[in-house]
Design a protein around this ligand. Sequence first.
Ligand SMILES: *Cc1c(COP(=O)(O)O)cnc(C)c1O
Length: 422
Amino acid sequence: MEKRWKFNKKCEKGIIKSVEKRAMTVKATMGMLHKQLNPDDNRSVIPLGHGDPSPFKCFHPPVAAVNAIVDALRSTRFNGYRYPTDFPSAKKAVAEYISRDLPYRLSESDVCITVGCNQAILATISSLSSPPGSNILLPMPTYPTYDACSAVSGVEVRHYNLLPTKEWEVDLHSVEALADDNTVAIVIINPGNPCGSVYTHQHLENVAKMAEKLGLLVIADEVYEHMTFGDTPFVRMGTFALKAPVLTIGSISKRWLVPGWRVGWLVTTDPNGILQNSELMERIQAFLDLASNPTTFIQGALPEILEKTKDEFFSNANNILRQDADIIYEKLEKKIPCISCPHKPQGSMFVMVKLDVSLLDDIEDDTEFCLKIAKEEKVMILPGSTLGMKNWLRITFALEPLVLQEGLERIEGFCKRHSKKV
Ligand SMILES: *Cc1c(COP(=O)(O)O)cnc(C)c1O
């Protein structure tokens, strides 16, 4: 008789199943698209699906950051096991870096160092699972890591709307309608992934007022901080933390263009001191004590990375992204009938565009569009369905402008070929 191992039982119910179902993550979708690629097509793949500009020369990291890592390694000071408390200088540097944009000052005790922003998300969301029955408010379209972390942690998710016709602002009516006595937090991603939105001072203040009214913690995902290239400057959610407590999370992944370096932070931006010494922060700290820490030499290098990177590096990157945003908006909004772009991106490296499948001949929905364009044009695009929005597409424009142009030409050709003949 075949031996039956207990660990190998099928999970019909419970957490694993719900993760499988809900977290059709970006990675899984991209894997599915990669399988479509035609090996006989000699053209290069155009990666518009996930945001990682690091392969492009124009998006290489600042020399100061690379030197900081090399110096940290050469010093031989960072070769041993280290506890998170062993890096007060990294925490202090993050506190000072975030404080630059706030009307009050943070200290190192406000800061936890994490393995990228994603670990900050997991630490926070998993710590919100008690009291049992708690729910959190996430944006729609979403950043699916939040949904996946909620699913593994048993936290109920409710999606509030972002409004495409109002520059993807938070629909505060839907926030109010969704919240109940068990709603503990709201996630605000600004600058926005996937919408490329940048919220005004006024809008963020309105969000804070709503959070105050409903008694919610604000989780401010600012992983794209200062990556803005439109008219609206970046404002930190923590600016309004006198109204409602704010947990600010971020990393060097996007602004320094090094998503593989895996270092980020989780910061209590909360001058009222509601979070410090709270049960929530104790749970987050316990989680992080158990989890792996970022590599020691990256933590050792972090103060220099934050302090010595020149403004010129950031403005160069923003200038290229501005150019890219212009290119993509011109093409998608004005030249391709089945695609419309309700809002020109002002920040981050993404845009959400709407697909009108009624103008296409043999394409049923966004997923089929993405599968076929991967197969026929070697262009990778994320179907909006992965983020909860059917018949939308999420496109990253953080590419070398010439490569982006080439990708857009291929999209245009594909859409022409598949459009209904009149
Ligand atoms: C990329 C991204 C993250 C993850 O950042 P890492 O530092 O790579 O873990 C978190 N939130 C949003 C909105 C992102 O786009």
